[in-house]
Design a protein around this ligand. Structure first.
Ligand SMILES: Cc1cc2nc3c(=O)[nH]c(=O)nc-3n(C[C@H](O)[C@H](O)[C@H](O)COP(=O)(O)OP(=O)(O)OC[C@H]3O[C@@H](n4cnc5c(N)ncnc54)[C@H](O)[C@@H]3O)c2cc1C
Length: 480
């Protein structure tokens, strides 16, 4: 059979290792389609920073397809309507795509299957975003896992993920298909262009993803075990936005990492540690799939009764990196300036918001959603609930990160903090993470004037800690 197929790109913006695209190419000429349908993800419309990555990834995909003589068709509007229109315009009998796992995805895919079938069009859905499908991993009792370690052990007992597929040879559809321009979607910021300079930091798209993966495995994975907690060390892969948009598949990461162990056996345990973080990504998806309310509701129902505060000034200070706690402010400013934040610092700022400021984890989740290039419904919700204490396998609520100790431990020489909080550039290491303890003459010598060019702490650490524990104690008596 050789008839026209539509390949509907979603969070899989690449040509390599795409089972659905390979199958579509085997069927016949392919129309490569991306649909901009903001309403499909309900209140989780793609955030501002992620739009930047999306634009750049689509541009890279378009360029890669053009090399094969295939245009990328861009259409905005209701997904079902667009798919029906494009199928009709080229007389396509099948739509191929990768599966998604967000709470709305299953229902969307089922309703598309039903509506397309009325026009004699099949919807063919393939895995592609995960190493293991969420239904394929279960406890001995057949239930979903809620704890990471046994989940990952169960994953490791499964057969190895299949080897990645090569880019298929695509043949173009003889009938031209009407397309919009990427520019007309206005995904990039303009007035102001707050993403100015991001091209120097990131290279969205498949080529950039592979370069980042190779660079990491060749030079940095060896330090991952010790270095992954040091925000100034650049020891982590920074692959998260590539994985989020499917510029790279986890199977490609898995197999490249396994192969690198053969060439560099001394990096084996660090590589396994790195792969277990890919495992955390799998776990987050496993949880999201089985517990679809995770982005909106506390996993532990007791936390629905937590006495969260509503102080807007505190929230604004946190968002702007003006809390007076240097490591927290450094993280929030890194996020704003680069669309990224190191994992250790994500945990510190998340703990600070939910415990020191007693603000709802959903406030942080939503700010991250807008500001992160890797904003991912599963990992973001899971990360916030983990730190906030309400999640599956969460850090216990009473584990309150001390922002001073965290700074002193993980940014001892202060390189990270000084980069993002230049007001404190000249403060000696001893006081960098607690400038309020510095003697007046030390502050003056460093050009720091607390309350003027750098804020005094918005809350006192000890008092805030006690308030958080007090608020937490109110949950203990609940019988939920
Ligand atoms: C409050 C909070 C919010 C977060 N929000 C997101 C988010 O929206 N999107 C996102 O991709 N990650 C999120 N994370 C997880 C983690 O911080 C990032 O994945 C990681 O910092 C990305 O950097 P990297 O690629 O250098 O990671 P590496 O350490 O190199 O890890 C490799 C890959 O494993 C995955 N990974 C690593 N750690 C985690 C984790 N804890 N949970 C899930 N996956 C993980 C990522 O895909 C990452 O690219 C969040 C963590 C916290 C604490």
């Amino acid at each position: 059979m050789s008839d026209i197929a539509i390949y509907w790109f979603r969070d899989d913006l690449r040509l390599n290792d795409l089972a659905g695209l390979t199958a579509a190419a085997e069927r016949g000429p392919v129309v490569a389609l991306y649909i901009w349908d903001e309403k499909v993800s309900e209140e989780w419309r793609i955030g501002s920073a992620s739009r930047w990555w999306l634009h750049k990834s689509l541009a890279a995909l378009e360029a890669a397809l053009t090399e094969q003589g295939i245009p990328l068709t861009l259409r905005s509007g209701n997904t079902a309507t667009v798919l029906e229109e494009v199928c009709r315009s080229v007389n396509a009998k099948a739509v191929y795509c990768s599966r998604q796992y967000q709470p709305w995805a299953g229902q969307l895919e089922q309703s598309l299957r039903d509506s397309l079938s009325q026009h004699d069009v099949e919807l063919k859905r393939y895995p592609g975003t995960l190493l293991h499908e969420p239904e394929a991993v279960a406890t001995g009792a057949g239930t979903p896992f809620k704890v990471f370690t046994p989940f990952w052990r169960a994953c490791l007992r499964r057969p190895d993920p299949q080897m990645p597929l090569a880019t298929p040879t695509l043949s173009p559809c003889p009938t031209p298909v009407q397309s919009e321009t990427l520019k007309s979607w206005n995904l990039l910021p303009t007035q102001p262009n707050w993403a100015h300079g991001w091209e120097d930091l990131w290279c969205p798209g498949e080529d950039g993803a592979h370069a980042a993966l190779e660079q990491f495995l060749a030079h940095h994975v060896i330090d991952y075990g010790d270095g992954r907690d040091i925000p100034s060390a650049r020891s982590t892969s920074r692959l998260s936005p590539y994985l989020r948009f499917g510029n790279l598949s986890p199977r490609q990461v898995w197999h490249a990492a396994q192969a690198s162990k053969v060439f560099e056996p001394e990096a084996s345990s660090a590589t396994d540690k790195f792969l277990s973080e890919i495992g955390w990504r799998e776990f987050c998806y496993h949880l999201l799939f089985h517990f679809p309310t995770m982005p909106d509701e506390a996993f532990n129902p007791k936390f629905s009764y937590f006495p969260w505060g509503t102080d807007q000034q505190r929230l604004t200070a946190w968002q702007r990196g003006q809390t007076g706690y240097p490591i927290v402010d450094a993280g929030m400013r890194e996020l704003w300036a680069t669309g990224f934040m190191h994992n250790r610092v994500r945990m510190v700022v998340a703990s600070f918001l939910t415990k020191h400021l007693l603000l709802h984890w959903r406030e942080g989740e939503s700010w991250f959603w807008d500001c992160l290039l890797d904003a991912d419904l599963a990992s973001n919700a899971c990360g916030w609930q983990w730190v906030g204490g309400s999640g599956a396998d969460a850090s216990p609520y009473f584990r309150i990160f001390n922002p001073i100790a965290q700074g002193e431990k993980f940014d001892k020489a202060g390189a990270y903090t000084r980069q993002w909080v230049p007001e404190l550039q000249s403060l000696p290491d001893k006081f960098l993470h607690k400038p309020w303890e510095a003697p007046t003459e030390v502050l003056a010598q460093a050009g720091v004037s607390l309350g003027e060019n750098y804020p005094s702490p918005i809350v006192d650490h000890k008092t805030a800690r006690e308030a958080a524990l007090g608020a937490y104690a109110t949950l203990k008596t609940l019988s939920v």
